[in-house]
Design a protein around this ligand. Structure first.
Ligand SMILES: [Zn+2]
Length: 334
């Protein structure tokens, strides 16, 4: 218990970063605008240094090429900004809620965490940043469940904004941590505060993970990372069974190597072929969570049952992949 409390001090440590700004505010009231600008710059830097691309040894996403999908313009940079939101969006609790059946949302405004509740214990998908673990715990408890009932810990991909908190959650719950084989090297390199990344079970494409009456299937949907994992399961509501797809990020990196190109060429058709009624993703914008949550409050029908929205994200990312590939090929012929 003491160990847990100590680890929660990570939040306080982070606050140290802001002290220079606080003192600036104290001695220079007229510099308020400058302060706001500094905070904005810090937020942008924070988002970019912590986010998905930082791990990939790839350049930062550019403001080109620009594509239009679903009547909306996207660039690599705008997709990253959409996924991450502000530093506050990455950290602030989103109201925990039931998605469908035994599946619940316990993440922040922009970083998804999903809880699956069974009679034999619970499954958590994605711990996000380690600093968010207390928030996820609070969400689990607000839904009426025990954090210590998490028996299995899964993830969508080996980037800090999705799986940095695994070691801490393992310490707190003793859950079995399972990871796709192709993501294991990147996960092993993820050591928040020097903690080793726990991996109890190595998974392979289409392997299943069962707990209670729930079975999840791990689909290798590589490209964004080599072991990017899309999880599928069935959930029951109103006497009907629905196919749930918890998608990995499909956002292509700035530099497309032959290996990554081959991965995406396999991944996009595979993702489109998955039976799907309830599309979900590891960033909330990938399935328009906030819009659907607002509809949920109106209570007409379950807005997360959205077969028409199943390919929303893959259409954006596949178009961006081809636009990047064209740009890369043109550049190499010059
Ligand atoms: Zn990522």
């Amino acid at each position: 218990m003491n160990t847990h409390t100590d680890l929660f001090h990570i939040d306080n440590d982070n606050n140290e970063d802001w002290k220079p700004f606080r003192s600036l505010r104290d001695w220079c009231q007229s510099c308020r605008m400058l302060l706001v600008m500094l905070i904005a710059v810090a937020a942008v830097l924070g988002a970019s240094t912590n986010s998905c691309w930082a791990q990939t040894a790839n350049p930062a996403p550019a403001d080109h090429p620009e594509i239009t999908v679903h009547g909306q313009k996207f660039t690599p940079a705008s997709i990253l900004a959409r996924n991450m939101g502000t530093l506050e969006d990455q950290t602030a609790q989103f109201p925990p809620h039931k998605i469908i059946g035994n599946l619940y949302y316990v993440g922040t405004r922009t970083l998804s965490s999903f809880l699956i509740v069974t009679a034999q214990g619970n499954i958590l998908i994605n711990t996000t940043y380690e600093r968010n673990v207390p928030t996820i715990k609070k969400s689990v408890e607000q839904l009426g469940f025990k954090f210590s009932d998490i028996k299995v810990l899964l993830g969508t991909h080996a980037h800090n904004d999705h799986q940095e908190g695994d070691a801490l959650v393992k310490q707190m719950t003793g859950a079995q941590v399972m990871a796709m084989a192709e993501d294991v090297p990147a996960l092993r390199a993820m050591k928040p505060g020097g903690k080793e990344h726990p991996i109890d079970v190595t998974l392979h494409d289409r392997q299943t993970v069962g707990l209670g009456d729930t079975t999840l299937t791990a689909h290798l949907t590589a490209g964004h990372t080599h072991g990017c994992t899309t999880w599928t399961m069935k959930a029951q509501e109103g006497g009907k069974m629905y196919n749930v797809v918890i998608a990995c990020s499909f956002r292509p990196p700035a530099i497309l190597t032959p290996e990554v190109i081959a991965e995406f060429n396999r991944t996009f058709p595979l993702v489109r072929s998955l039976p799907c009624d309830v599309p979900l993703g590891d960033h909330t914008a990938q399935y328009r969570m906030q819009e659907k949550y607002s509809k949920l409050q109106q209570g007409v029908r379950n807005p997360f049952i959205d077969p028409a929205g199943c390919h929303y994200e893959v259409e954006i990312e596949e178009a961006m992949f081809h636009a990047l590939l064209n740009e890369q090929r043109k550049a190499s012929t010059h």
